[in-house]
Design a protein around this ligand. Structure first.
Ligand code: DX5
Ligand code: ZN
Length: 216
């Protein structure tokens, strides 16, 4: 199976965001990845809902919203209003993760749980059958253009095994430092969805970079 490519607009040109969304629309990208940061859960602030309203209007691809914020459940109505396909919340930000997952589903979106590099896959055992997807962070969240953490490959293998053993249908998405080299190894380890920021937007031909990742 070819991986779904979810280009991260965190690395797009914010001065000409419409141009980059139109490029994603024309490309072989399956989704568009949207990184919301609050300066509390992560040491950076990206963009919020007033900006994303326009991204949602322009995008012809389903929105893959990654919330790097505390209390993400507070924003379920705002994410729903964008028409998002997936709402990713961090395991580390949700003491009542099971409740949040149900609330996201009740709102008509697909719930995904995201784990930071130091959070073990084994902690997902009691939620894996309830989620549409697990997002494995392969960098510490907060910034684009960081170096891929090698141990992620092992985590993706462990997650693939957990999914097989439990009979879960969950997809595996990986985010951070994904390029053609790390992407190929992630797909071999069992990843279904690849997020790519720098590898797309710093490429001489971003549309071609998406096509190359898609055809790994
Ligand atoms: C990091 C974000 C990522 C980021 C990935 O906190 O969650 O989605 O945009 O960027 P690259 O692909 O450049 O590592
Ligand atoms: Zn992300």
């Amino acid at each position: 199976m070819k991986p779904i490519i979810s280009p991260s607009i965190l690395s797009a040109d914010f001065g000409y965001l419409a141009k980059d969304i139109e490029m994603i629309n024309r490309s072989e990208a399956g989704w568009v990845h949207i990184d919301v940061m609050d300066g509390v859960f992560v040491p950076n602030i990206s963009f919020g809902f007033p900006v994303l309203k326009y991204v949602a209007q322009l995008s012809q691809k389903p929105l893959d919203v990654h919330l790097m914020i505390v209390q993400p459940e507070k924003f379920i109505p705002e994410v729903k209003a964008l028409g998002a396909h997936v709402m990713n919340v961090h395991y580390e930000a949700c003491p009542h993760l099971h409740r949040v997952v149900q609330q996201i589903r009740e709102a008509g979106m697909q719930p995904a749980v995201t784990i930071n590099p130091a959070t073990p896959v084994s902690l997902l055992k009691d939620i894996i059958e309830d989620v549409y997807m697990v997002l494995v962070m392969s960098v510490n969240p907060g910034f684009g253009g960081q170096k891929f953490i090698e141990h992620t490959i092992v985590k993706v293998q462990e997650l693939r095994e957990l999914i097989t053993v439990t009979g879960s249908q969950a997809l595996i998405e990986v985010d951070g430092g994904v390029n053609l080299e790390t992407g190929a190894r992630l797909v071999a380890a069992g990843a279904d969805v690849l997020v790519a920021g720098n590898a797309v937007f710093a490429a001489p031909d971003p549309e071609e970079a998406i096509r190359a990742l898609r055809n790994l």
